[in-house]
Design a protein around this ligand. Structure first.
Ligand code: UD1
Ligand code: MG
Length: 451
């Protein structure tokens, strides 16, 4: 039977105090709704999203043509929300109901639930909570489910029940349609409760099955920024555990965040407070010290990244050493065994094999050969206020400290630039070029004195 997933996402999420609809808040690298959608797509033939508040914003953010978008203009209850999607769903199918603000649900759990739904009419996902306040209680008689009673409608005996409805359920679509059509808002909240379909099924002598969620965070909803942060930590912890089980050394998994995809070889070691964003690949034996931010980067074997580096859209080739306090910007390609030291910024530049830029430099729009030594404080002046120009530095060149290379400029192979030079013309290979005023000492000069 086809599985149709209906994701309820009509809520505004007032408690977020945000201009964005709640389901567009982000957790790791995806919005809440995207997390649910990824799991839904893994197990269903068709996904329907019931939207209300900020609908266009939600549609634009998700931007997925395969989804059937269903508007619920007025929020009249969960039963009403699900009913909006029914005309698009064939009777001979299973309807799986998910929530756009329950982001950590896993497709393995949903698979188990659907298995139960194959042999029953309604399959509920429930969870045991020490504090069940606020949730619908699962009422059983001789272990058999009789009804779900909402907090506001429950009596004292029912309020003591710790097994609660997560809201997630898989239902025979034909019966779901029938029971939704019969719902009334005759309850404490004057809403059309989806949960009332359970009582109808029991009255109809239908079977109601259930499975227990083993992890309460998997079924936890997000209503405010505190819950959002709680689930972010749960997500990060689970991800970190997965990485460690695959051999990554994390000095402290509680101080590691990956918002994207991390691939790594053997014997990689990451110290505290590292942030991985986007697609990051580490080769074998990569060491990353504390407080680094690495986004969309490819890092080769045996690379050492010292503390406090920011690396973005760059390639660091094997054996290179970066930092501490280096900034490697987009389109930087750092050659094998190269060394980029403290307070060095590299942008849109290729640094050749074994070259060193060790202190306080800006290197932009540069092609640097192999075995170049760049002294402290060297700056490539790549910008005239309008256009950007290239600097080319040949193999084996030595750039003296505190020099400025005014691009476009070409420094020949094995050329030496004297320290403190401002170089505006091509510097020939193998020779010393410098541009400095001659040093003089004023014999009779006196320091000024106070009048
Ligand atoms: C619901 C369940 C309750 C369960 C709890 C789990 C019902 C009647 N109750 O209660 O048994 O324990 O979830 O969290 O189903 N929504 C819409 N349109 C609506 C109403 C709701 O899209 O008209 C969406 C909301 O945005 C929200 C979700 O459905 O994401 C749940 O709605 P809410 O009113 O918060 O249900 P609860 O009272 O929490
Ligand atoms: Mg409610």
């Amino acid at each position: 039977m086809n599985i149709h997933t209906i994701i309820l996402a009509a809520g505004k999420g007032t408690r977020m105090h945000s201009s964005k609809p709640k389901v567009l808040q982000t957790l790791s690298s995806h919005t809440l709704l995207e997390h649910v959608l990824i799991q839904a797509k893994a197990i269903s033939q068709k996904v329907h999203i019931v939207y209300g508040f900020g609908g266009n914003q939600v549609k634009q953010a998700i931007n997925d043509n395969s989804i059937n978008w269903v508007e619920q203009a007025q929020q009249l209850g969960t039963g009403h929300a699900v009913a909006q999607a029914m005309p698009q769903i064939e009777d001979d199918s299973i309807s799986l109901i998910l929530y756009g603000d329950v982001p950590l649900i896993r497709s393995q759990t949903l698979k188990r639930l659907i298995q139960v739904a194959q042999d029953t009419d309604i399959a509920l996902l429930s969870v045991m909570l020490n504090n069940p306040t606020g949730y619908g209680r699962i009422v059983r008689q001789n272990h058999i489910i009789q009804a779900i009673v909402e907090q506001k409608d429950a009596d004292t005996t029912q309020l003591a029940i710790k097994e609660v409805n997560t809201g997630i359920m898989a239902v025979n679509t034909q019966l779901l349609k029938k029971y939704l059509a019969g719902l009334t808002a005759n309850n404490a909240q004057n809403e059309l409760y989806l949960t009332d379909i359970v009582k109808s099924a029991v009255n109809d002598k239908k079977t109601v099955g259930s499975i227990l969620a083993t992890d309460e965070f998997e079924v936890a909803g997000v209503n405010d920024k505190v819950q959002l942060a709680t689930l972010e930590r749960v997500f990060q912890k689970n991800q970190a555990i997965g990485f460690m089980q695959q051999g990554l050394t994390l000095k402290d998994p509680a101080r590691f965040d990956c918002r994207g995809t991390l691939r790594f070889g053997q014997d990689c070691d990451i110290d505290i407070n590292t942030l991985i964003i986007g697609e990051v690949t580490l080769g074998n034996n990569v060491t990353i010290a504390a407080n680094c931010s690495i986004k969309n980067a490819k890092i080769g074997d045996n690379v050492t990244i010292l503390a406090n580096c920011v690396i973005e859209e760059a390639v660091i080739n094997q054996g290179a050493c970066i930092g501490p306090f280096a900034r490697i910007r987009p389109q930087a390609n750092i050659g094998e065994d190269a060394k980029i030291g403290n307070f060095v910024e590299i942008k849109k530049s290729t640094i050749g094999k074994g070259s060193k830029v060790s202190h306080l430099s800006y290197i932009g729009d540069t092609t640097m050969g192999d075995a170049v030594n760049v002294g402290a404080g060297v700056i490539t002046c790549n910008y005239d206020g309008v256009n950007k120009y290239q600097t080319i530095i040949g193999n084996g060149a030595f750039i003296g400290s505190d020099s400025q290379l005014i691009a476009p400029i070409n420094i020949g192979e094995n050329a030496t630039i004297g320290a403190g030079s401002t170089i505006t013309k091509a510097s020939p290979e193998g020779q010393l070029t410098l541009s400095r005023a001659k040093q003089i000492t004023m014999k009779n000069w006196q320091r000024p004195t106070k009048d």
